[in-house]
Write a protein that binds this ligand. Structure first.
Ligand SMILES: [Zn+2]
Length: 82
């Protein structure tokens, strides 16, 4: 193992498990609506959060989500299904 091959780790917003950043999906706030959207291209500006692929269907607009976005999120985007 190469000791300097540091893998950035992020915590899933839904289940709280830590995984390698590249294995997680990024969610961010849409610039206009300020709703939580899937950042498929990992390019949206600003605060983002990470969730496991398997947790995506379980994503709800919880306190934890609100806190992750410092209460700036107005809800989940319709594209996330709720
Ligand atoms: Zn998860």
């Amino acid at each position: 193992m190469e000791p300097r091959a540091h893998v950035p780790v992020r915590t899933c917003l839904v289940c709280g498990k830590k995984s390698a950043k590249f294995a997680l999906l990024r969610v961010a706030l849409s610039p206009v609506e300020r709703t939580v959207v899937l950042d498929r291209k990992q390019r949206l500006e600003g605060r983002g959060a990470y969730i496991c692929q398997g947790c995506l269907p379980n994503l709800r607009y919880t306190k934890r989500v609100q806190r992750a976005f410092r209460n700036e999120a107005k809800g989940l985007a319709e594209s996330l299904g709720r």
